[in-house]
Design a protein around this ligand. Structure first.
Ligand SMILES: [Fe+2]
Length: 580
């Protein structure tokens, strides 16, 4: 980050090619320094987003390595004895049980923490962790200790939520909600006169953790598949989900600004296993979504009534729930609602860098995020393209790039993939690393599933829509600009039959990307040409990757996926490569 503007950002998973990578980001640090052509001596500050979190689970990469069975086993052998039987289960019981199962744990740069902490009292673990982080930065990168700042996790979420919004609100109410940060699982703050002031926080709120627990209970991977539970929710029937909803309502209650945990259930997973037995999976998904939404509505409404501020910023893991964001954005009491792209822990680094910027600049005026095209620049020349084409082993035609040609191929039912410009930060493909297809026919979904990746049958695809035609397709709510697909909207009834491939089949909502010429130049032109051919100002957009793999980052990876799938054509900065 230079003067409040992100110069380069990349998730570690794009470089290790392991989805959900959660180890120390040694490759990402090296990458951003190289890409920005900055030496460590030129760095003013190095900002780490955490003050007190311990790296036990980071070292054995729990979220990357665990299967659903591992999660269930951890509930049985670690959390159940600890929470329900009041047995002493230490962080080392957990670490030793799981670390041995996965390769490479000892090679993690933070592994010396484990050896050092074994000799210490748990009270000193934080000091040990801090010193290991400083050692790693000094040994691997030559970063001096006095430049390093450990910034509060919750503050990083708040800063990220606030400054990622394209048009900054002068005053705002900022909410964070997540599994657990440094000291809390939920907070409420105001932003006024350039300052964030926390009004309430608690580590007892279960909302963020609850979704994770339901995800395991339904046999899906927590930290990865929560969005699938959300996508399943509209299939559940309120009548059949009533019993599950009654159970969820026993977990927390809203009281003014506070969300308090009710005393009935010590261990969520086991309470759930007992009480939800026999209730169908879709009814449970409906009930958890309904419960989260009603809690958030009451919480946000109370805070608006108490502070008189109605510009809302949601941050932390739970803000990734686009349906809950929709419900909030539709409230009469809310003037505007914003949740940033990749608003879970993946964006904490940007929040931390903004806090570092404020420390140096003494104000927050320079903090901004005009777009999230912050990764690798892909602009291959003819020779590089031809080299890859020769290696493919099947015949392709190489044509010069033209937006009209892209639109023709899409309208002709072809599945295209783009790899151009700089890659997107976060999980969402926004036209530079996307798979594009025709939204007019529901058969497109079958084609993408057959040709590229098998999506769970209940999950909808999403549209990229030209911003100037957006309200032809969606019903406005208080989120007036959504360039990062972080918000769901109702769709205009008369258009639903025109774009069936990009609407949730049950509740008819969509999660659109608003496409502007300024941010997405070529993508905008392609959709405009598609509109001239078909009358529809939208295309289907899904991320360019194989199922279970991170987003494609390089030209080589684009050709690799092309060769392993039946994608019809690749779209580069200046070329189109189509199967002959
Ligand atoms: Fe977090």
């Amino acid at each position: 980050m230079r003067a409040g503007k992100v110069v380069v950002a990349i998730p570690e998973e794009r470089l290790t090619r392991r989805k959900g990578e959660m180890g120390f980001p040694i490759n990402a640090i090296r990458y951003v320094l190289d890409e920005a052509r900055v030496s460590v001596d030129e760095l003013d500050l190095v900002c780490i987003a955490n003050e007190s979190a311990l790296p036990f689970q980071k070292i054995y990469r729990r979220d990357t390595n665990f299967s659903v069975k591992d999660w269930i086993e951890q509930n049985e052998h670690v959390f159940f004895p600890k929470l329900t039987l009041n047995k002493e289960v230490t962080a080392f019981h957990d670490f030793d049980r799981y670390a041995a199962r996965f390769d490479g744990v000892e090679k993690d740069p933070l592994y010396p923490f484990i050896e050092a902490a074994r000799k210490e009292h748990p009270e000193n673990y934080r000091v040990v962790a801090e010193s290991i982080y400083l050692d790693v930065l000094a040994c691997h990168f030559g970063i001096s200790r006095d430049k390093v700042r450990f910034l509060n996790h919750e503050m990083c979420h708040k800063a990220y939520g606030l400054y990622s919004r394209p048009k900054r609100a002068k005053t705002a109410l900022i909410f964070t909600s997540e599994g657990r940060g440094d000291y809390s699982s939920a907070t409420v703050s105001t932003y006024q006169q350039g300052r964030i002031n926390e009004l309430w926080s608690s580590d007892k709120c279960t909302l963020g953790r609850l979704y994770k627990t339901v995800t395991v209970y339904l046999g899906m991977r927590p930290g990865h598949d929560e969005y699938k539970v959300m996508g399943l929710a509209p299939y559940g029937a309120p009548k059949k989900g009533r019993e599950a909803l009654d159970f969820f309502r026993e977990i927390d209650s809203v009281n003014g600004l506070a969300i308090e945990r009710l005393p009935f259930h010590k261990d969520l997973y086991f309470a759930m296993s007992h009480r939800l037995k026999g209730i169908r999976f879709d009814s449970i998904a409906w009930a958890v979504q309904e419960y989260i939404e009603e809690m958030l509505v009451e919480w946000v409404n109370n805070a608006i009534a108490q502070t008189g501020i109605s510009e809302i910023v949601m941050s932390g893991g739970l803000a990734q729930n686009i349906k809950a964001m929709k419900r909030l954005a539709e409230l009469d009491s809310v003037t505007s609602l914003w949740s940033g792209p990749a608003t879970g822990d993946g964006s904490l680094g940007i929040g931390a860098a903004w806090l570092g910027t404020i420390e140096l600049a003494k104000n927050d005026e320079v903090c901004e995020l005009p777009d999230v095209f912050l990764g690798t620049l892909r602009d291959p020349g003819q020779e590089e393209i031809m080299q890859h084409v020769r290696e493919l082993g099947f015949k392709c035609k190489v044509e010069p790039y033209k937006p009209r040609r892209v639109a023709e191929l899409i309208s002709d039912g072809k599945i295209l993939a783009t790899c151009r410009g700089r890659s997107e930060f976060g999980m969402r493909a926004l036209g530079n690393t996307s798979i594009m297809a025709d939204p007019r026919n529901a058969k497109t979904i079958v084609d993408i599933n057959a040709k590229v990746k098998v999506r769970d049958f209940w999950m909808p695809f999403t549209p990229s829509v030209l911003e100037n035609f957006i309200y032809d397709y969606i019903v406005p709510n208080s989120c007036e600009y959504s360039p990062y697909m972080t918000m769901a909207y109702d769709t205009v009834e008369s258009q639903q039959s025109n774009i069936p491939a990009v609407i949730h089949p049950m509740d008819k909502t969509a999660r659109p990307q608003f496409v502007t010429k300024k941010v997405c130049n070529k993508y905008y032109d392609e959709i405009l040409e598609f509109r001239k051919i078909t009358g529809v100002a939208a295309v289907l957009n899904t991320s360019f990757n194989m199922h279970g793999e991170p987003l494609v980052e390089t030209i080589g990876q684009a050709f690799d996926v092309f060769s392993r799938t039946n994608i019809d054509a690749l779209v580069f900065e200046n070329h189109i490569v189509a199967r002959d």
